[in-house]
Design a protein around this ligand. Structure first.
Ligand SMILES: Cc1cc2nc3c(=O)[nH]c(=O)nc-3n(C[C@H](O)[C@H](O)[C@H](O)COP(=O)(O)OP(=O)(O)OC[C@H]3O[C@@H](n4cnc5c(N)ncnc54)[C@H](O)[C@@H]3O)c2cc1C
Length: 453
């Protein structure tokens, strides 16, 4: 079987590693990985804010490298399951957060909740620069496996999918995996004109800004080994240690509601500071005030999501990760869901391949691919839809709250879901708290059993 993976981000590279592990006779298959952008070189996740020049040309989504990412315990377990080397590197370079601290803009402490999943050994939420996760995956997969070539078009009209490259090259395959993010070329091939009309990325009514500063790690983080989230009438502000605390690398982010998507991603840092002061200048936490004065980023990110798609592939092409379901960045779950897609799809493909081999041609390669794509959607779509809905519940202040009564009602709402786990589970579920979800492997097993396959 010949497989082409478009995109060497979280979804693409974790799928490659998972296929290496589970696909029967992996060496007898050909797997090509095409990526449009070269990594920025060694230690990039450990330096300060990446310069604009370094980010030029990256896709909208991938460009937002100057920000933190956090993997919740279930995603950490999945990372370990996919490859222990990636897990070890990510954990060593990131910061293990044992709790989340929730505060109000007026300085009230709402809750300190554990991030631990109470399993043995216990996993906690790990934070790291976003680019750090890509680096770990690149290191383990190996640069020699990745071809830095941009896919310009995918043609699904023939017997087999054909991938056309911007450099004039062309490759056909039995399966094309679209792991190419929010503005996916593979998605365009699958949905044709509908892609622009009905399934183009939607602006969520939210924007974000965030980066890193170097300096002493605040007491609020050290005391409870915590990520700190503050909510107020004009948005939210968060900070965490983005590396082991000894490295003094503080990641921060601010999200706010605004009905119109800004024209571009780039803004004068002084204008960003002015806006941060307008939104958070009266907030009581001195750490927030210090970050606003110290920060030097020139990037903001409007938050885009993918509309619900009726399927995640056909004609020998499948979508994984953000290409299938870009979630609000505020959900903190996009990378974790990309990992889940990778595991579920690879297990299904391996299962149907093994079945095809065992039945001596009872299933064709096309049927193997079609069944795997269908299974992926049936297993994964409901979970992703729930996460999307819950993250919208959490960030219901996409309009300014200009009334003190509503402001306190909002704090009460946060107090309820952070202090009463059952309520929290219903309202925000895995957005901050890690649900007792079944593992990806179990979900696949259950699905296959139900289908009698
Ligand atoms: C600010 C921010 C904060 C976030 N925080 C979190 C968090 O805390 N926790 C979490 O789990 N998730 C978080 N996310 C979401 C997470 O980063 C994404 O969901 C995740 O990166 C998706 O991975 P992906 O591989 O599907 O797509 P991407 O990471 O976008 O990778 C796609 C890859 O495809 C390549 N590509 C695109 N087009 C082509 C082409 N035509 N040819 C070849 N290659 C191509 C791109 O260069 C890129 O490398 C956050 C996102 C943002 C924006």
């Amino acid at each position: 079987m010949k497989i082409i993976i478009v995109g060497a981000g979280v979804a693409g590279l974790s799928t490659y590693l998972q296929l290496c592990k589970v696909l029967p006779s992996f060496d007898s298959h050909t797997v090509l990985i095409f990526e449009s952008h070269k990594p920025r070189g060694d230690n990039s996740s450990r330096s300060s804010n990446p310069s604009l020049a370094e980010q030029q040309g990256l896709t909208d989504r991938a460009a937002i490298v100057g920000n933190s990412i956090a993997l919740v315990p279930s995603s950490m377990r999945l990372l370990k399951y996919i490859d222990t080397r990636v897990y070890d590197i990510f954990k060593a370079r990131g910061c293990v957060n044992e709790s989340y601290t929730f505060r109000t803009a007026r300085g009230h402490l709402i809750a300190v909740t554990s991030t631990g999943d109470k399993e043995s050994p216990e996993e906690y939420t790990v934070s790291c620069p976003r680019y750090g996760l890509w680096e770990c995956l690149h290191e383990v997969v190996g640069e020699d496996k990745i071809q830095y070539r941009t896919v310009s078009e995918v043609d699904l009209s023939g017997e087999k999918p054909v991938v056309r490259l911007a450099d004039g090259g062309e490759e056909s395959a039995d399966l094309v995996i679209g792991a190419d993010g929010v503005r996916s070329v593979v998605k365009k091939a699958i949905f044709g004109e509908e892609n622009d009309r009905q399934y183009a990325p939607c602006y969520e009514g939210f924007c974000g800004v965030g980066a890193f500063i170097e300096g002493d790690i605040p007491e609020a983080i050290i005391k409870h080994r915590s990520m700190v989230f503050t909510f107020g009438p004009t948005g939210s502000f968060g900070y965490c240690s983005a590396a082991p605390q000894s490295q003094r690398k503080l990641g921060w982010w601010s999200n706010w509601g605004t009905p119109e998507a800004p024209d571009g991603n780039v803004m004068d840092p002084e204008e960003i500071r002015k806006q941060l002061r307008e939104r958070h200048g009266t907030w009581k936490d001195p750490v927030i005030q210090n970050i606003i004065e110290e920060m030097d980023t020139d990037r903001i990110y409007p938050i885009w999501t993918t509309p619900d798609l009726p399927h995640w592939g056909e004609g020998g092409a499948v979508l994984l990760g953000d290409a299938a379901h870009t979630l609000p960045a505020t959900s903190g779950q996009g990378a974790g869901q990309a990992l889940e897609d990778s595991v579920v799809f690879s297990l299904l493909l391996a299962h149907y391949m093994a079945k095809a081999e065992a039945t001596g041609g009872g299933l064709t390669v096309e049927e193997v691919v079609t069944l795997s794509i269908k299974g992926l959607y049936e297993i994964r779509y409901p979970r992703v839809a729930t996460i999307k809905a819950r993250s919208r519940n959490l960030y219901l202040t996409n309009k300014k709250i200009d009334n003190v009564v509503f402001e306190y009602m909002y704090y009460l709402f946060i107090y309820m879901w952070t202090n009463f786990p059952i309520l929290g589970q219903l309202i925000v579920g895995t957005v901050f708290m890690d649900a007792d979800e079944r593992g990806a492997g179990e979900q696949v097993e259950e699905y296959l059993k139900k289908k009698g396959q």
